[in-house]
Design a protein around this ligand. Structure first.
Ligand code: AGP
Length: 614
């Protein structure tokens, strides 16, 4: 997720764009850039934050220009550095672009353009796109708008782009598929941005491009909105915005955490984008493909992480062992690094981390490397320390996670592990082709099933209100859902400050059952797959001690419904994929309890988003 700001009108674009970028930094902040046109192109960009970029414009003359583009980046292709920062310029130096999204087929387009003599400075898909547009313009001898429309019909992926041609600085072109783009409509001026925060104080009249729509704005004329597919004109729907600045930043949600819970279907699609190709019965993971022999010969996988990432590693253990039949150990980074662990040459160490900066995990990697292990990182922040320290890896593409409590980071990490385990299972023949295809097609259903799960929001709010004053809580699960029980308990304790513990359900009778009385809410993940009958027995044991039971069940379940005090239904899925769905109600439950308790949900006391110290 990146932040885009564009402007064309009668004001100096610089202050509008630079301030707009600062408001969009929540969308990405590893590098930033700004291009202005004022008889010549002024383009500055750098790794770091928008305030670092602002320092580069060190005299007034550089800040002049009535048309401009700005970008604050969340890297997906290419390390965060000055070269890969946006805006990008075409080979001729005439076309300038900023882009939010992922072009899946950029490599094949790049090879074609290289053969036609184009040269590339950066590693980004964006620079490929702007040169494709230039190539179309040159070959067809057409204007920018038409060239963008033709070029985008050759592109596979997700994008929000804004482009201008310095030979025609009275025009700006934009288009979207999958990433948001808002157009603020002023008097003889237009603001373009990823959301309305950059222009809300200038105008409340906005139109939001729909997917597969583009806009051509020419000074002095009404904006043209067109379909990218067939170039037909579309009547724009202009609305008057009512949201505040703060509400827009959070996408209309009260907190970043709730926004990120609801982003999960979309970001999981981004995690799978270009990787899960069910129509080709294929999973493409370049990190694995480039080191396939290491994975096929691995005698053991050691997953290391902290907090939620450690829980994701536990789900990974079940996935890799069940599907790819490779032994897995899951270690707390902080324990692993001080334990003088035994690491063999054929071991693969998989650090799991949202931030890529967790000190204990980074130290554990360095120790494992000293013992000749192969390190494969699963991380969200491109170019952060952990991936840089690793031999290879797979990024989760979850976009910035601002809320301290990890939500979309967890489900996207599990999605990467599911893709890895399934890919290895096929390569090793540990699943039949029919099983493989069954898993692969169900993976594609997961985002829609999460959307269905989110429909229980209102009911979960009611349950949360009921238990907001609980002093303790127990979370129980079995098999794939044992880690989900741990994750649910962590969510509750870290944002509502209620003491909560997660346990394998069978462990209850080895101690925790002594805690159960009429004041103890017990969350039980009791989905139909796996050890369902055993979990029913556990529920009966809780009930006989007057514990209050909140059960996560497979939709339509009547048996648990007859026993539990509250039942939250989730869609049926394969046992191995229940963590994707069972986690979501637990995220919402902890969120609403924390809200009812008046806690600072996005920045809970004593916690930091990334623990970069020991
Ligand atoms: C989880 O909600 C917390 N934010 C915390 O446990 C977190 O998962 C842990 O600090 C690891 O962070 P990382 O994924 O960035 O390495």
């Amino acid at each position: 997720m990146c932040g885009i700001v564009g402007y064309i009108g009668h004001r100096d674009a610089f202050p509008i764009i630079i301030n707009g970028l600062k408001r969009l930094e929540y969308r990405g902040y590893d590098s930033a850039g700004l291009a202005l046109y004022n008889d010549k192109l002024i383009l500055k960009k750098s790794k770091g934050k928008v305030k670092d970029l602002e320092q580069l414009f060190d005299n007034q003359a550089q800040k002049k220009g009535l048309i401009g583009l700005g970008h604050t980046r969340w890297a997906t292709h290419g390390e965060p550095n000055d070269i890969n920062a946006h805006p990008h310029v075409s080979n001729s130096g005439n076309l300038v672009i900023v882009h939010n999204g992922i072009i899946e087929n950029y490599d094949s387009i790049k090879q074609t353009l290289l053969q036609r003599g184009y040269r590339f400075k950066s590693d980004t898909d964006t620079e490929v796109l702007i040169n494709l547009i230039e190539d179309v313009m040159n070959n067809e001898q057409i204007g920018l708008g038409k060239a963008v429309q033709i070029a985008l019909n050759q592109v596979v992926g997700a994008y929000a782009i804004v482009v201008f041609d310095r030979k025609n600085p009275e025009q700006i072109v934009m288009a979207r598929l999958g990433s948001p783009l808002a157009i603020g409509i002023g008097k003889d001026e237009y603001f373009i941005a990823s959301d309305a925060t950059p222009f809300i104080e200038f105008t409340k009249n906005a139109l939001y491009l729909e997917d597969e729509q583009m806009a051509i704005i020419q000074k002095g004329k009404d904006p043209q909105i067109r379909n990218i597919k067939d170039d037909k004109l579309v009547v724009p729907y202009i609305q008057e915005l009512q949201l505040s600045l703060d509400q827009i930043e959070k996408g209309g949600y009260e907190h970043f955490m709730l926004k990120e819970i609801y982003e999960q279907p979309g970001v999981i699609r981004d995690t799978m984008r270009g990787r899960v190709l069910a129509d080709q019965n294929l999973i493409k993971l370049s990190g694995i493909d480039n080191h396939l022999s290491k994975f096929l010969n691995a005698k053991r996988i050691i997953m290391i992480g902290a907090g939620t990432s450690w829980h994701a590693g536990l789900v990974g253990e079940y996935l890799f062992e069940e599907l790819a039949r490779v032994p897995v150990e899951v270690e707390y980074s902080s324990e692993f690094r001080y334990r003088n662990p035994i690491i063999n040459e054929n071991d693969i160490v998989i650090p799991v981390s949202q931030s890529g900066e967790t000190a204990d995990t980074l130290a554990a990697i360095k120790l494992a490397k000293q013992k000749n292990a192969f390190i494969y990182a699963i991380c969200n922040v491109v170019g952060s320390s952990i991936p840089r320290e690793s031999h290879s890896g797979t990024y989760t593409h979850a976009g910035p996670e601002i809320g301290v409590a990890s939500t979309k980071a967890f489900t996207t990490q599990v999605m990467v592990m599911a893709m890895m385990a399934l890919k290895l299972a096929k390569e090793k023949g540990t699943v039949s082709i029919s099983e493989y295809n069954m898993y692969l097609s169900e993976l594609e259903n997961i985002p829609n099933k999460i959307e269905k799960t989110l429909e229980s929001d209102l009911y979960i709010q009611q349950i949360a209100h009921h238990y907001k004053d609980a002093a303790n809580a127990l979370y129980l699960g079995r098999g794939f859902n044992f880690p989900v029980a741990l994750e649910g308990a962590l969510k509750l304790k870290e944002i509502s400050y209620i003491h909560a513990e997660g346990y394998p359900a069978a462990e209850m009778k080895h101690g925790p059952i002594a805690l159960i009385d009429e004041n103890m809410p017990v969350v039980v993940i009791a989905t139909k797959k796996g050890q369902y009958e055993k979990i029913i027995s556990n529920i009966q044991e809780i009930k006989s001690r007057k514990g209050k039971i909140i059960a996560i069940v497979t939709e339509g379940d009547q048996q648990v419904k007859a026993l539990a005090d509250h039942v939250i239904e989730i869609p049926e899925t394969l046992e191995a994929f229940t963590p994707f769905l069972a986690t979501v109600p637990l995220q919402l439950l902890s969120y609403y309890i924390a809200v009812y308790r008046g806690c600072n949900v996005d920045q809970p006391r004593n916690l930091a988003k990334s623990v970069t110290v020991e």
